[in-house]
Design a protein around this ligand. Sequence first.
Ligand code: GLN
Length: 504
Amino acid sequence: MADLTRLTAAELAAELASGAVSSVEATQAHLDRIAQVDGDVGAFLHVSEHAIDQAKRIDDARQAGEELAELAGVPLAVKDVLVTTDMPSTSGSKILEGYMSPYDATVVAKSRAAGLIPLGKTNMDEFAMGSSTEHSAYGPTRNPWDLDRIPGGSGGGSAAAVAAFEAPLALGSDTGGSIRQPAHVTGTVGIKPTYGGVSRYGAIALASSLDQIGPVSRTVLDAGLLHDVIGGHDPHDATSLEGDWPSFAAAAREGASGEVLKGLKVGVVRELQGEGFQPGVSESFGASIAALEKAGAEIVEISAPHFEYAIAAYYLILPAEASSNLAKFDSVRFGLRVDVPGGTVEDVMSATRDAGFGPEVKRRIILGTYALSAGYYDAYYGSAQKVRTLIQQDFANAFADVDVIATPSAPTTAFRLGEKLDDPLAMYANDLATIPANLAGVPGISVPSGLASDDGLPVGIQFLAPAREDARLYRVGAALETILTDEWGGPLLDRAPELNGGTR
Ligand code: GLN
């Protein structure tokens, strides 16, 4: 049997279903791969001690002839923002070090019910604040394409685990780009579903009106398979959408033939080109657009005049919501408590929050409480909400003319560790292309579009669709993936990142 870690989730699922491979073998192969490379990559904060037992239970159920879901027995990496009963959940913060949740996040419970095997918890920027995973309280994750570079953030651990073949699938969270931007810099696939399409119950909240949970994978089909498992209405989440969703795996399979591209109207945003974009990123994006056009798509230039204010609006709305969400870390209810002999409750709370939160979290709490304070509320938070409405209108206008919008997923390829750590504004600028979707609640996918000609690092192309039209993204994403992998003669990740034994 070939190396099981090199199979896609769909391929592995087929091997498991046919009985050619057991889940114990598949799980062990991934645990071995983690043992082999994670010292360098640092994708995992915690590796599960229960994975082999859980895999054995799936193998026994299969032996006994039980009907199993398609992904049963396939390993899964879980971003540490999602709470789990059998592993600690820290959200990358010292304030939650060792915290054990009494319940599983809905997406984790659904994954377990479908027979997926949680391999461990992946590293992330503290409370999902960041674009490089360098804000994790537990040290950075490294990009498997080049270990001196960042894997994106905040979900750098999930993306790096999938890119380094430590897991075929992972769960991520995307508040402003944390699934799509890591996918872009690691040559993987990431989807931010429609807001409300996947439950947030048990996701440690960053900014509740922006957060969405979604899949991370190496192929569009694999993402669809996982999305089918985790999606749908959840009574535990008040913002969860009612109603049925189509199968996203079926959409990906349907899209792979490329038929969907014939006559498809693809909008290219005038405001998301040129200035601020690395030439190699723009070039790769242009080549993907040309490939879409060649396959029959109609390319339409569109204008989204308010996108340029998206970052400014986001960095008022996000800190405002985060400062409120993080108020619960008060030294009493969760996690860390720093004792202050003879001190008041306030002294203990203050000492705990001082010791437990890192600099980026403190920066945003201060920003958020300031923006919400009585004298400034209208000027800052109120204005940001108005901009949010204008961005939603930009999307509505665009989708009156086009079926999907395409943009580069992020302005640059993976930068070097430390390069932007002391420059918060430069770090924030990474989410230029991803944030508008969170502000509007629409779905987005990042699919590998190639390697940048200027530095040879991965680039992703992002597609955006109207709310509830996630299936469209799977069709279009799979269609482009087929065209490009044919052109490359195999998946992008086969172009051998440093860690995978290559000489990129
Ligand atoms: N990089 C963005 C931020 O720092 C997005 C984070 C996210 O999507 N969780 O807020």
